[in-house]
Design a protein around this ligand. Structure first.
Ligand code: ES4
Ligand code: ZN
Length: 323
């Protein structure tokens, strides 16, 4: 096994709905009586070729339409944890998209109960500690985000943070200042996708207007030297997803990924899988691909793994136990 696969690591940028493998799509469709616009697992897999973020999101929201009951969410999460363990994951901070299920008539109770039924026993079964982060769909706008916040309130005992995801361009972080202020007052951790397809200015907004503790993706920060200095000085982590960036054509090929420039600028970078069922690899494969294509030595790979714990929301004593 490659070093990148074996290294103990935390995964900090992982959409649980993006772990839904084609086989489970068909199994949930069958047991829930949902009809699909593809006949076979292979036919679905053939669609995993994307032009940009939106073309991926269209399929991502379509496929998750088979998730109807708590059991579906439990099975999906169990499958992810089993795969993650094989890839050295010891801690996972997991995103989910409440609005993507509420809008289909699936009660939030069903979603959260399903996820937590799996996560509750993750440490015993898989040796993986977990946190749950609820993301607002930025393309549904700030009013719907605030309504979603209200719906989340009864579940805050199970939720450690909020994030911001979905179609980025035209949906700047600053629009979501009010809902992030509420989450901050409630003591939640704050993260946001920014600088994936959107400009470096969205990363500034995520930091200065939303007050996020980590930036998801953030790769377009390389276009702004002052922003790089800010991220490095304040030790604000970026959760970078190399295979995702190539598959969604944010970066033409892995060999041209801005990762080395971020590292050279002194930014605290972590490596993650984003939506591993869709992008050709789980987090260990992201580590292995980065080492192979960008030529990082073993010490650099160990540093990425150490960064994943430094950037996590584990308490300081548990973070340090991994370093
Ligand atoms: C996502 Cl790759 C990516 N970017 C933004 N939002 C997302 N939701 C799921 N995957
Ligand atoms: Zn993401």
């Amino acid at each position: 096994m490659s070093l990148g696969m074996a290294l103990p690591k935390a995964e900090l940028h992982l959409h649980i709905e993006g772990t839904l493998e084609p086989e489970l799509v068909f199994e949930c469709a069958r047991r829930n009586g949902v009809s699909l616009p593809f006949a076979t697992v292979d036919e679905l897999r053939l669609r995993y070729v994307f032009d940009d973020l939106q073309s991926f999101l269209d399929l991502y929201y379509l496929a998750m339409g088979v998730l109807r009951t708590a059991r579906d969410f439990t099975d999906m999460t169990d499958a992810y944890l089993a795969r993650a363990r094989e890839q050295g994951v010891r801690h996972a901070e997991i995103f989910f998209d409440p609005q993507a299920h509420l809008s289909r008539g699936v009660p939030l109770r069903e979603v959260v109960d399903g996820l937590t039924a799996s996560l509750r026993t993750s440490e015993q079964r898989f040796g993986i500690s977990t946190r749950l982060i609820a993301c607002f769909l930025r393309d549904q706008g700030p009013d719907e985000a605030m309504a979603t916040w209200e719906a989340l309130r009864p579940h805050l005992g199970d939720i450690h943070g909020v994030g911001l995801d979905s179609a980025e361009v035209g949906h700047p972080p600053q629009d979501f200042a009010p809902v992030f202020a509420r989450a901050r007052e409630a003591g939640l951790h704050l993260v946001a996708h920014a600088g994936e397809e959107g400009p470096a200015d969205y990363v500034w907004q995520a930091l200065d207007v939303l007050g996020v503790q980590r930036v998801d993706h953030g790769i377009r920060a390389v276009e702004d030297p002052e922003l790089l200095r800010r991220l490095a000085r304040e030790r604000t982590p970026l959760t970078v997803c190399p295979l995702s960036n190539v598959r969604l054509r944010c970066v033409p090929r892995l060999a041209e990924h801005p990762l080395p420039r971020l590292v050279d600028a002194g930014v605290l970078v972590t490596l993650n899988s984003d939506d591993p069922a869709y992008f050709g690899g789980y987090v260990g494969e992201n580590f292995a691909a980065v080492q192979r294509e960008l030529g990082f030595d073993d010490a650099a790979m160990r540093e990425f793994a150490a960064n994943s714990f430094r950037a996590s929301f584990l308490p300081a004593d548990r973070r340090e136990a991994y370093l």
